[in-house]
Design a protein around this ligand. Structure first.
Ligand code: 5GP
Length: 205
């Protein structure tokens, strides 16, 4: 049986640029981890593709998935559901492949409980004024939504203490590089490496 893959969780406050950093990471060849496409009930934004950016579903479909225990985690975020379909993640991990999630903090905490062995990386803004500006610049939200997202962001930054690593998103390419470095190093952590050796040692004893 293949060694179970590693679950990598990139999280952080709204507007910090998780999506941009994730796209930067996956635009480069040679990653040996796989992106799990999330499911959401929010409307598709211009340029987004169903099945690539998200699986866009109705509220009823999403709630059915929850009832059927098909979500690894989910959260209601600014009046919409977002969640990680369980099946893809399990299939990949079971076949020894590493899986990368990009999710908000409430979902990340659910994953932390279910998969404490995962790697949890917190993407954080250089400062809060800049975060607000980024949400405004995105131009996709009205002022009420921007304010809601900011209030949430302040609470979310306090969640940093629950993560293994923090990466400041000042320059996207640099943040992406740092995250890849963390993932590379994490594979050689003794707790991930030792089980293989233990088995070999056992075989020789
Ligand atoms: P957006 O609407 O800007 O695409 O995403 C809003 C927030 O939902 C972002 O913080 C994004 O990281 C988060 N998100 C995306 N997919 C998931 C998911 O599967 N689960 C959870 N909990 N959050 C998600």
């Amino acid at each position: 049986m293949a060694k179970r893959g590693m679950l990598i969780v990139l999280s952080g406050p709204s507007g910090v640029g998780k999506g941009t950093v994730r796209k930067e990471i996956f635009s480069q060849p040679g990653n040996n981890f796989h992106y799990s496409v999330s499911m959401t009930t929010r409307d598709m934004r211009p340029g987004e593709v169903d099945g690539k950016d998200y699986y866009f579903v109705s509220k009823e479909e999403f709630e059915q998935q929850i009832k059927d225990d098909q979500m690894l985690e989910y959260a209601k975020y600014v009046d919409n559901y977002y969640g990680t379909p369980l099946k893809y993640v399990n299939q990949m991990l079971d076949s020894g492949k590493d899986v990368f999630l990009e999710i908000e903090v409430k979902g990340a905490m659910q994953v932390r409980k279910k998969a404490p062995d995962g790697l949890f990386i917190f993407l954080t803004p250089p400062d809060l004024m800049e975060l607000r500006q980024r949400i405004i610049n995105r131009g996709t939200d009205d002022i009420e939504t921007i304010n809601k997202r900011m209030e949430k962001a302040v609470d979310e930054i306090e969640m940093m203490q629950n993560y293994d690593y923090a990466v400041v998103n000042d320059v996207v390419e640099e943040a992406a590089e740092k995250i890849k470095t963390i993932i590379r190093a994490e594979r050689w952590r003794v707790k991930r490496f030792l089980p293989d050796y233990k088995k070999q040692l056992g075989d020789f004893k």
